[in-house]
Design a protein. Structure first.
Length: 246
């Protein structure tokens, strides 16, 4: 069992890493860990989590979100974390950040749910983008509840990312991987039309994943590609190729 003192150090460590990547600006974002007694250790609101937050700034809230320890206030975004913990008894940590490429994709209305890279199929199944919700309102946790039962990582439209895991480092790793996928996808799209994995390739990846004992992931819930490219896509690709050789 990891001591609370160590878990506090882990949160500060993860926040520094997120800030160094540029996925927290100023006081953005929040990280939490569910303690063994069901209370939640979390970053407070209004503190720069990369530069100025210490282990003593962290707060503890009960399962309903009421602060039970610490001097600072909880973030209004804690409700997102509580929703995730309620829907997922298996998880121990939640990371919410504002990763640049993931947010840019949501602003452009481009989904990352397509099966583009084998590691997406293995790690996430798919990366859904939630509907837009008004910050600080009940809409935010309600929307998270819709997706968190099936997915460990998601993009919050015009807002950021939410990732969960068995510990805070696992939740952080999913953020890092998701943003890396977004960065690769961005660059690939700059080069031309992208080629999603085919349905056969995805089926094979799922078989291999099961043989390796990886958890079974939902794929392609919001992906319209794996059923095979539609007529429109074939035409667009053909036109693109036509233009480039003319
Ligand atoms: Zn946020």
């Amino acid at each position: 069992m990891t001591s609370e003192a160590q878990l506090r150090r882990d949160i500060v460590d993860v926040c520094k890493r997120i800030y160094e990547h540029g996925w927290f600006a100023a006081t953005d974002g929040n990280v939490s860990i569910r303690l063994d007694d069901g209370r939640i250790l979390a970053t407070p609101t209004g503190v720069h989590k990369g530069l100025r937050m210490t282990e003593d700034d962290l707060i503890v809230v009960d399962a309903s979100g009421k602060r039970v320890a610490g001097a600072r206030d909880a973030s209004s975004e804690m409700r997102m974390h509580l929703a995730a913990y309620q829907e997922r008894p298996d998880i121990k940590a939640v990371v919410h950040a504002h990763p640049t490429n993931c947010i840019a994709f949501s602003l452009a209305g481009v989904s990352l749910a397509q099966c583009l890279l084998p590691e997406i199929v293995f790690t996430f199944g798919s990366i859904p983008t939630t509907a837009y919700t008004t910050p600080t309102t009940e809409e935010v946790p309600a929307e998270v509840r819709k997706w968190i039962k099936k997915y460990d990582a998601m993009i919050l439209d015009r807002h950021g990312s939410l990732t969960v895991g068995r510990d805070v480092f696992a939740a952080y790793d999913k953020l890092e991987r998701m943003e890396h996928v977004a960065e690769i996808t961005y660059r690939a799209r700059m080069l031309g039309p992208i080629r999603p994995l085919t349905r056969d390739q995805i089926t094979r990846l799922q078989q291999v994943g099961q043989e390796l004992g990886l958890p079974k992931r939902e794929v392609c819930e919001s992906c319209n590609v794996c059923e095979g490219p539609d007529e429109g896509m074939i035409r667009r690709v053909a036109e693109e190729i036509g233009r480039s050789i003319r």
